[in-house]
Design a protein around this ligand. Structure first.
Ligand code: 5GP
Ligand code: ZN
Length: 113
């Protein structure tokens, strides 16, 4: 099955990419839930959090640190921001290539709806 995020990683599907290196990229969510809403994905297709292996620890840690750095660059660090992985139907996971949401720029409710 074709994967939207693999298509974005391969530049076959356009996206507003703000960061890219050999193992990950970050781009604006097409349907933003906050004034700033980025998605960070590994270039490699990892279907789900359940597929994560110990060998992915460095990649996932690097994604979290990159999200933190992007939040700072975008001026979100002072007021705050949220990092989220959705998993499964109850969380509303809709794209099956792991992605870290970075949301900020407004007061975010907790717990989420
Ligand atoms: P999930 O609900 O799986 O945690 O998050 C998937 C996210 O991907 C959603 O927030 C949705 O708006 C975003 N999304 C889905 N398709 C595309 C796309 O083609 N381009 C971009 N930039 N975002 C997408
Ligand atoms: Zn994929």
């Amino acid at each position: 099955m074709a994967c939207i995020f693999c298509g974005i990683a391969a530049s076959k599907i356009p996206s507003k990419t703000v960061f890219s290196d050999d193992r990950m990229l970050a781009f604006h969510d097409v349907n933003p839930g906050a004034p700033t809403h980025l998605l960070l994905i590994p270039r490699r297709h990892i279907e789900s959090l359940s597929e994560l292996a110990p060998g992915d620890d460095e990649l996932v840690g690097a994604m979290v640190r990159k999200a933190r750095d992007l939040a700072k660059d975008l001026g979100l660090a002072e007021r705050g921001f949220r990092l989220v992985y959705n998993f499964g139907d109850d969380a509303g996971e809709s794209v099956h290539h792991i992605h870290l949401h970075l949301l900020g720029g407004r007061r975010l409710g907790w717990p989420p709806g």
